[in-house]
Structures are given as structure tokens and as C-alpha cells.
Design a binder for this molecule. Structure first.
Ligand code: SF4
Length: 325
């Protein structure tokens, strides 16, 4: 029976199939190990912050079974087992214990998180948390520390039954209530698909995103991309079009920078005079607004299918300007 770490359940399915089929992971530089030790140390500092604020915590320590840090938890399904390590458990005044996940992140990501939510910035963390909460049958606490300043963002995760209340959780108002964008059942379905591919000895399809940069199995996908070799063309019309494209792109960038600068100046004035005209330009400021975003993973598949419609066809083309050699 296959084992998966709870921390990897949100990973790219191709990684999970590659590992299951015995592909070698790229050798990590020794600095990564140092960084991991440093992050574990930072998590202890964040846990100490919690203790200093009066929270009673059950310690993690070194797991005797796996050699990892944290409190060992397990889940089993018909096809596989999941193991994980909670950073801490929070002991409430009622004696109830809830899982605590601690993350330490840099200031730029921290800022992004302040403006959205931890799981919007790191959706892959949601799967890990869903597993922890399933293993404990409890809601969870997500404690994020800015490793540059020591500031915190605190989340109560999936507390549908009101286990975490102002009386058993001091500074309650400082916590943001969040719902995970993924359920445990969805994770099980995903891993069942991985299991099916493993039985058929197939790799899951690649899905290239920004996170691929850190992937240990990148070589599998880069190889695939390289197979499609670009043909060098020399036709005069194409050469001229390419040069025109590069030139146009350069000016587009210059114009965009210039309009951004002008927009900032016009906006600054609009903050005090909501509506004004200047030199043939009209400016109307209606206060701050937000974009409406829809998290598709929260919509049942049947409803999503009905709601999706397709635009007219358009060419799927990417034009990149290559670096000069
Ligand atoms: S490079 Fe990206 S798509 Fe390929 S296995 Fe890694 S995470 Fe998945």
C-alpha cells in the first residue's frame, strides 16, 4: 500500500506519479537542508510567540516513527495511507485540542496574505491542512509569522461547529475565519486518480505553473517541452513582422510606463477632488473597489458545468521576445 505525506497531497499529480514510479528526484543543494532547519527553528519561535500570548500548546518534538518534527498523525483509505506531523496542538480551556499549523514567510508574501488569505497565496497548503483536520476531526489554527518582522496573521480554519469561541480563544477578534478551498474527500479523489495512473504505470500530465521552478522532477517536463523544437524562419515578410513586433512592444512598454505615472498623478489629485477635467482629460474617482473572483473549487461540478460557457474561437498563440545572443 502506498504512503503519501499529508504535506504533499496538494502537490502536482505528476510529481506524485513520478515518485511512485521510481523516477529519481533531482538532488537538492545542501543549502536547502540548512534552509529547512532554519524554518523549523522559526516555527519554534512562532510557537513561543503563541505561548507568550497565553496559549497552551502540546509540543511536537522529533517523531520516533518517521524522524520528522511534529506530532505524528495518520489516515487510511482503501488504496493508500496518509501520514503527517502537526506542528502543535492547541489545548483549549475545555480540554479540547485542535491542530495548529505554523508557517513562517517573507515580508512580500506576508503582505500578499494580508490582502487576501493564506490559501489564496498558497493553495497547495490547503490540502495539508484539510488532512490534519480530518485526522483530528477538529477545526484548525493557522498561525503565520512574518519572518522579517515577527508579525502574525492568525486564522481559524473550517470551524463550522463553533469549537473555537472568544472564551476559549483569547484575542479572538485577531483571528480571521477561513474555509479551505478543498475538502478531504476531494484530496482522496485526487490521490485515487494518482493510484489508478500508478497501476497503469503512467505519469500524470504536466501542468506548468510558476511553482514548477521548485520542482524536483522538472527534468521530466522540460524534456517534453524541448521535444517541440522551434524552426528558424528567414522569410523576409516574417522577419519584418518580427522586427515590427519587437519595436511595437518596446513602445507599448514605454507608453504603459508613462500612462501609469500620469495615472498616479491624476489619481492623487482625484482623492481630494473626485471629479475634474484637465487639458481634454476627464477624471472621475468613485472610491476604492474590488474585483469579483470566484473560487471554482467550491462550486459543485454539476453547477459549474452548467455555468461555464465558451467565447468565440480565437487563435491560441504565444509570442515571446527572445533574449539577444
Ligand atoms: S515541473 Fe511542474 S508540471 Fe512538471 S512535475 Fe514538476 S510541478 Fe508538475
Amino acid at each position: 500500500m502506498n504512503y503519501y505525506r499529508m504535506s504533499e497531497t496538494g502537490a502536482c499529480p505528476r510529481v506524485l506519479t513520478a515518485r511512485g514510479l521510481g523516477y529519481e528526484a533531482a538532488v537538492r543543494p545542501v543549502q536547502d537542508e540548512h534552509r529547512l532547519r532554519y524554518y523549523t527553528l522559526l516555527e519554534s519561535i512562532a510557537a513561543q510567540q503563541m505561548a507568550d500570548q497565553g496559549y497552551v500548546l502540546e509540543e511536537g518534538g522529533l517523531c520516533e516513527q518517521c524522524g520528522s518534527h511534529g506530532i505524528h498523525v495518520e489516515l487510511s483509505t482503501a488504496l493508500f495511507k496518509l501520514t503527517g506531523h502537526l506542528d502543535r496542538r492547541l489545548v483549549l480551556s475545555t480540554g479540547v485540542k485542535v491542530p495548529v499549523e505554523i508557517k513562517s514567510i517573507g515580508r512580500f508574501t506576508f503582505q500578499k496574505m494580508e490582502n487576501s488569505s493564506v490559501f489564496a497565496v498558497y493553495p497547495e497548503y490547503a490540502a495539508q491542512m484539510a488532512c490534519y483536520m480530518e485526522a483530528e476531526k477538529m477545526p484548525g489554527i493557522y498561525w503565520v509569522m512574518n519572518r522579517d518582522t515577527g508579525d502574525n496573521i492568525k486564522y481559524i480554519v473550517n470551524d463550522t461547529k463553533g469549537v473555537l469561541t472568544p472564551s476559549n480563544l483569547g484575542h479572538f477578534s485577531e483571528f480571521t475565519q477561513v474555509t479551505l478551498p478543498v475538502t478531504y474527500q476531494e484530496i482522496v479523489d485526487r490521490l485515487n486518480n494518482v493510484e489508478i495512473l500508478l497501476q497503469e504505470k503512467e505519469l500524470a500530465p504536466s501542468n506548468i505553473t510558476d511553482s514548477c521552478r521548485w520542482c524536483d522532477y522538472k527534468y521530466l517536463c522540460i524534456k517534453e517541452e524541448k521535444e517541440e523544437v522551434a524552426v528558424e524562419e528567414s522569410d523576409k515578410t516574417l522577419v519584418e513582422a518580427a522586427q515590427l513586433y519587437k519595436e511595437g512592444n518596446k513602445y507599448k512598454k514605454l507608453y504603459e510606463d508613462a500612462t501609469d505615472q500620469a495615472k498616479a498623478i491624476l489619481l492623487k489629485h482625484a482623492l481630494s477632488t473626485n471629479k475634474y477635467k484637465v487639458s481634454g482629460v476627464s477624471v472621475s474617482y468613485r472610491g476604492m473597489t474590488k474585483k469579483k473572483l470566484i473560487n471554482e473549487s467550491l462550486i459543485p461540478e454539476e453547477i459549474l458545468k452548467k455555468a461555464i460557457y465558451y467565447s468565440n474561437e480565437y487563435p491560441d498563440i504565444t509570442i515571446r521576445i527572445l533574449k539577444e545572443k
